[in-house]
Design a protein around this ligand. Structure first.
Ligand SMILES: *[C@@H]1O[C@H](CO)[C@@H](O)[C@H](O)[C@H]1NC(C)=O
Ligand SMILES: *[C@@H]1O[C@H](CO)[C@@H](O)[C@H](O)[C@H]1NC(C)=O
Ligand SMILES: *[C@@H]1O[C@H](CO)[C@@H](O)[C@H](O)[C@H]1NC(C)=O
Ligand SMILES: *[C@@H]1O[C@H](CO)[C@@H](O)[C@H](O)[C@H]1NC(C)=O
Ligand SMILES: *[C@@H]1O[C@H](CO)[C@@H](O)[C@H](O)[C@H]1NC(C)=O
Length: 946
């Protein structure tokens, strides 16, 4: 056996004919070591064997020989006399005693020798084991040398030096005064001063304090609540600067203006004091880079909305809900929804559940035109003889026809139910003579009740087509999205929806020309359930992020303008990683040499830790993924160091021109197990992973788990999250595992800490493990390799699923039974992308983290919900061999039961918060490619066991 392993050892020649000189020197040295070890191992057992066989062969034979000759001498004892007989017998007895003594001695000797033999055999085994370890280490060393050489070569050959981050360039003086230009033809290129907004400026925003710079004429009522809220929410925006000299844009808050006494409103001057506006300190003569914020909230009719009509606002960007067509400067002014939600916080409770896809009413509408009550033409239209072109010329008539048609649709033979109300009962308070648009019937809550029961919500573009947007249209859209009634906008081609330069409205709303009213019913019927729910989900994402709260609305306004300028957002904040040890304390190191129980397989090179490259795509993410940022990830507010959605290079680029960082298998020639274990391969450059382990007062369990990580390839760092308020025992001995162990003091004992975006996590891949999980090295390696191909998913070991409760309908159960379908992979042993720790901590509704704290449970379920919600993909389960959790840990049945009960409750609660069940089923498990494949003897599988 020793010979066998030696043979495989001496044929081990992973590097072929490399031209590297230094490699040869290293190789020769290594070969010598092998030969030396082989020599020792050959000679020692050989001598042992020889010696033993001599001893064993000789001694027993000699004994028998001697005894035999003695006995032969007394063969003729029968012929002897009786007197002699006694003495003879005595003599023989004496001889017998002496012989048995001799035999005893010999037996003792034999046993001693046997023990020695055993001892030597043991030694041989130990040496064999040792050889195996040495050999694995050697292999690893070789691999590591090769990797180090590759890294060095890359460093030398790199002809594009790492660019230093550019200096933050800021303006130092307020805008200079220049003569005014024609403000009506304003676009970004001719009216915006880009020189104030360097790419690396971080987009500083200055807010004129509305209490110091009032530009409102007396007689107009300012919405104090809105003003305070907006001032406050802007204060939370990280772009806000207090230094006007460096600002890129200047915000002027107008609020919603209402006449103090509407009957006397005509007597007052225009609400804005133009002289004061033009003499604002940074106006610079024409209001370049100024933003006039006029946000509707209380009054959604037209009169209050269009404050800027016929006012010289210069080159300032207008932000409001109501625009006349000739006033709106496309690509320059911004259409926004009214601020109807709370200042901030969780708003999921406002929303309706998404399922069932089809609700009681197919379509609903509640609104009234002031003119429609007295319009005599309504009944005169003959459906058979409509001439849409003629009708379109007369906007009122077209609307009358639409109403007529919709009324007939309701009373037709269809089984579909409609809730269409074109006259408000009771009459709306908001009714007034100035309205040019459909105003909303009823109260907000009564409309909400109907919308919650509507599959689609009809939104009619203003009768007066000279308006591209009105506050009431935007409010209708807001209310529809909130309740999950998919907006159907008749006249969608004549209006501009909010933030339409970044939000893909076609994914959430159906926009139709008014002329399609006759085909609308047919079209709505043709939408299948899956598309219906996709649109509803999209609408809710948009509503929750960009409209639902004042904070979201303000952040969105700033982000939209920033996006226009191509300036990246500010980096997302990370969590600090304070050490549990104070500065003066040096934790004790364990001096026991860690044995490697799983060292029979070489799994990869041991390399010094290196972080994943960060912030490489500051600008290109916006260009390439702009659509996804706004519409899929709904997260344009932060810049992340890396994303799980990065673009992948074509395979040939890895060899021609863009080699840096790539470690193709067999240098690109491919190969089976041996070449595989030497290189990461795959479609992404080399990288490492970080282990994060949460622990609470189980020091020995933790230390054992840490010790098992010794020699794990691609490991960058281990983060131990010390959740206990008690610091670790001072005499605790921490194992040396070849990578840094960072012990972080948790601010409080919470399972949410597991997913904090710690600044000490320097890799994209994070392996989250329980302190008692026992994962083998080959399992971890395989999991890591699988994760590299599924970077946006949870990739891990313990699979679970959500099961529909047969007995109590409308409820989910958490299930951990054996099953061929799963929907969750527990983060007690799973890889996730670091990006998701930002989202878990800052993006997920607070209610979910609160529930996790309440139960001290379910954080793993929450992470699975989050990732499936964002990606609409199930997790990936990786094969595992000997995974067992906390052997010997007593878990009482009742404890187990409450644990499960809580998890049932969590699943149902999270489903409510998300508005639907985001988890998806999968029947897929990852095994390595050559697992269970018959391969030639001279080839190795990818992994020995998995
Ligand atoms: C990208 O942005 C981050 C954060 O602002 C910064 O630290 C980094 O240096 C930037 N990288 C480049 C290449 O500009
Ligand atoms: C909205 O404004 C109109 C016109 O100024 C006024 O008549 C009406 O009372 C206002 N409504 C509310 C709710 O303030
Ligand atoms: C539409 O509204 C504008 C502005 O209020 C008004 O001047 C125009 O006459 C209106 N058009 C019709 C057809 O009512
Ligand atoms: C640091 O921690 C050690 C052990 O917990 C403690 O004995 C020592 O007093 C601490 N030193 C300081 C300066 O707090
Ligand atoms: C799991 O399986 C066992 C035995 O088949 C069954 O009694 C139990 O009800 C199952 N648990 C769940 C949650 O379905």
């Amino acid at each position: 056996m020793a010979g066998g392993s030696l043979e495989s050892g001496s044929t081990y020649h992973p590097l072929g004919n490399s031209r590297e000189r230094c490699y040869w020197i290293a190789h020769i040295k290594l070969s010598r070591i092998i030969i030396l070890i082989a020599f020792i191992l050959f000679i020692v057992p050989l001598f042992t064997h020889y010696y033993l066989s001599q001893v064993e062969a000789e001694s027993p034979m000699m004994d028998i020989h001697r005894t035999r000759s003695k006995l032969e001498a007394f063969e003729d004892f029968t012929s002897m006399k009786a007197s002699d007989l006694k003495s003879r017998i005595e003599e023989m007895l004496r001889i017998k005693v002496s012989v048995s003594n001799e035999l005893r001695d010999l037996e003792a000797k034999r046993q001693r020798l046997q023990m020695e033999v055993n001892g030597f055999t043991q030694k041989i085994d130990d040496l064999k084991q040792e050889l195996l370890h040495q050999q694995t280490d050697l292999d690893r060393l070789k691999m590591s040398v090769v990797q180090a050489q590759a890294a060095q070569r890359e460093a030398v050959e790199r002809n594009t030096p790492e660019l230093a981050p550019p200096k933050r360039i800021l303006m130092t003086s307020p805008p200079a005064i220049v003569p005014s230009t024609d403000p009506y033809s304003c676009k970004m290129y001719n009216c915006f001063d880009h020189s104030r907004c360097a790419l690396t400026s971080g987009f500083p925003v200055y807010l004129y304090d509305p209490d110091l710079f009032s530009i409102i004429n007396p007689g107009w009522d300012v919405d104090g609540f809105l003003r305070t809220t907006i001032k406050q929410t802007l204060g939370y925006n990280p772009h806000l600067t207090s230094n006007p000299a460096e600002a890129c844009i200047y915000i002027i808050l107008i609020d919603e203006l209402l006449p103090v006494d509407s009957t006397r409103a005509q007597g007052f001057k225009h609400p804005l004091d133009i002289v004061k506006l033009h003499s604002l300190p940074y106006w610079g003569g024409d209001g370049r880079n100024h933003i006039l914020l006029n946000l509707a909230r209380r009054n959604l009719t037209l009169a209050s909305g269009n404050t800027f009509a016929n006012v010289d606002t210069g080159r300032a960007i207008l932000v409001q809900s109501t625009y006349r067509r000739n006033q709106y400067r496309e690509g320059f002014d911004l259409v926004v929804p009214p601020i109807l939600g709370p200042p901030g916080g969780d708003i999921w409770q406002e929303c309706a559940q998404m399922v069932p896809a089809r609700r009681k009413y197919l379509l609903s509408f509640q609104g009234e035109m002031k003119s429609s009550r007295s319009n005599p033409t309504t009944s005169q239209i003959d459906d058979a003889e409509i001439d849409l072109a003629r009708l379109a010329e007369d906007e009122n008539n077209l609307d009358s026809f639409i109403i007529q048609h919709l009324k007939e649709m309701t009373s037709g033979t269809t089984m579909d139910k409609f809730y269409l109300q074109f006259e408000c009962i009771p009459a709306s308070e908001e009714q007034n003579n100035e309205a040019v648009d459909w105003y909303l019937c009823g109260t907000e809550s009564s409309r909400k009740e109907i919308l919650k029961e509507s599959t689609f919500s009809l939104i009619l573009a203003p009768t007066n087509a000279s308006y591209v947007s009105t506050a009431s249209i935007q409010a209708r859209l807001y209310e529809a999205l909130r309740s999950g009634a998919i907006p159907v906008i008749l006249g969608g081609d004549q209006i501009v929806l909010s933030y339409s330069e970044v939000i893909a409205w076609r994914r959430a709303a159906i926009l139709l020309p008014k002329a399609r009213v006759t085909e609308m019913h047919f079209l709505l019927r043709a939408i299948p359930d899956n598309d219906l729910l996709a649109m509803r989900r999209q609408g809710r994402l948009i509503w929750e992020r960009y409209m639902g709260t004042a904070q979201g609305a303000m952040d969105t306004i700033i982000a939209t303008v920033r996006d226009r300028l191509g300036i990246p957002p500010l980096p997302a904040t990370q969590s600090p990683s304070p050490s549990v040890f104070n500065e003066s304390f040096i934790p004790l190191k364990s001096d026991t040499i860690i044995s490697e129980p799983e060292a029979e397989e070489s799994l990869g090179p041991l390399e010094p830790p290196y972080p994943s490259p960060a912030f490489k795509r500051n600008y290109t993410t916006m260009f390439i993924h702009g659509h996804e940022i706004w519409n899929d990830w709904v997260n344009p507010f932060n810049l992340y160091p890396q994303l799980p959605f990065d673009t992948v290079l074509p395979s040939d680029a890895k060899f021609i021109g863009s080699e840096v960082g790539f470690r193709p298998i067999g240098k690109g020639a491919g190969g089976a197990g041996k070449e595989f274990s030497e290189a990461l391969g795959g479609n992404h450059p080399r990288e490492q992973f970080t282990i994060i382990m949460l622990t609470y007062e189980r020091e020995q369990v933790l230390i054992n788990s840490l010790a098992r990580l010794y020699g794990l390839p691609y490991l960058n760092k281990v983060l131990v999250l010390w959740n206990s308020p008690k610091p670790p025992m001072e005499d605790l001995r921490w194992p040396e595992i070849g990578v840094p162990i960072v012990v972080i003091k948790a601010a409080r004992n919470s399972l949410n800490n597991r997913f904090l975006p710690f600044d000490s996590i320097e890799t994209e891949a994070v392996l989250s493990v329980d302190d008692d999980a026992h994962l083998r090295h080959d399992e971890i390696m395989f999991g890591f390799r699988v994760w590299r191909e599924h970077r946006d998913q949870v990739v891990g070991f313990p699979g679970r699923f959500h099961a529909w409760d047969q007995n109590y309908h409308n409820a989910w159960n958490y299930n951990s039974n054996y099953s061929c379908e799963l929907s969750m992979v527990l983060t007690g042993a799973a890889f996730i992308h670091k990006h998701y720790t930002y989202l878990y901590t800052h993006w997920l509704p607070q209610a979910i983290r609160d529930k996790v704290d309440e139960y001290m449970n379910c954080e793993d379920i929450a992470m699975n919900f989050l990732i499936s919600h964002l990606t609409r993909k199930p997790p990936v389960k990786v094969t595992s061999r000997w995974t067992f959790r906390c052997p010997g840990c007593p878990v009482s049945l009742s404890e187990d039961d409450t644990h499960f009960q809580e998890r049932h409750k969590c699943i149902n609660f999270f489903t409510q918060v998300f508005g639907y069940m985001p988890l998806l089923n999968t029947q897929y498990r990852a095994d390595s490619i050559l697992f269970k494949t018959r391969i030639p003897h001279d080839k190795q599988k990818c992994f020995k066991f998995i």
